[in-house]
Design a protein around this ligand. Structure first.
Ligand SMILES: *Cc1c(COP(=O)(O)O)cnc(C)c1O
Length: 222
């Protein structure tokens, strides 16, 4: 069962301008529908093979976000319907998304995932890799993607000062990238940071899209 009471508490506490994507990985379509019934329309998944059947089974006014590591050979399965891919971490993946978007006659919004954690297990571009891609100008050649912002995941730790520093760093980088590369775009405006355990800090540091799973759906399965 989804934790509808807690979901509504979180929604009531979000500052204006901050949106919530409910991360429904490992959750059933019935659990998703409980949260949908509270008017939640943004849902996120981290596995293609889990997302596609849920997309097919659930109401079509759900806006689906992809938040997990995405292999190039699986982009084609989500390209027809995905509304935002948070986890874009290579030029190769950008090229593939652009190609599959074109085949579907769509423009797919993406976020560049930036590696801010002090852990080997997380994916993402480091700050220099992201700058190289942005400075190369190559993004302008892709006609079927739009860069809507950046995403990051902090280190999994009790050290909240460290988590805050990582979010602060990404927030500063976001503003710099906006100023240097997207000053003439009104599309580049999403900073996706914060999950169940750290979303308060993420919002204080400038996040405007939090990705919350456990607090909405109850503890995740391991
Ligand atoms: C699972 C997941 C979340 C949500 O995590 P919770 O701690 O359950 O809120 C957010 N972002 C990504 C990329 C995830 O994989």
């Amino acid at each position: 069962m989804a934790n509808v009471r807690q979901y509504n508490e979180i929604m009531g506490s979000l500052p204006a301008g901050v949106a919530l994507v409910a991360i429904s990985k490992n959750k059933t379509t019935d659990e998703i529908l409980e949260v949908y019934a509270e008017n939640q329309r943004l849902f996120g998944e981290n596995k293609v093979q889990e997302l596609v059947p849920k997309y097919e089974a659930l109401p079509k006014d759900i806006s689906w976000h992809f938040v997990g590591h995405l292999q190039s050979n699986k982009v084609k399965y989500i390209a027809p319907f995905i509304d935002l891919i948070h986890s874009v971490d290579s030029l190769k993946l950008i090229q593939t998304i652009n190609k599959e978007a074109q085949k579907n006659n769509r423009i797919i919004p993406i976020l560049l995932q930036i590696y801010i954690a002090d852990e080997q297990t997380k994916f993402g571009l480091d700050y220099n890799e992201a700058l190289e891609i942005l400075q190369s100008g190559i993004l302008k050649t892709f006609t079927h993607i739009e860069i809507h912002g950046l995403m990051g995941m902090a280190t999994f730790t009790d050290d909240l000062r460290k988590v805050r520093e990582e979010f602060k760093g990404l927030s500063n980088f976001f503003r710099k990238v906006k100023k240097d590369f997207f000053f003439d775009s009104d599309k580049f405006k999403i900073l996706s940071m914060g999950m169940t355990d750290d979303y308060h800090i993420a919002i204080e540091e400038g996040s405007n899209l939090v990705r919350i799973g456990s607090a909405v759906f109850g503890s995740r399965l391991h």
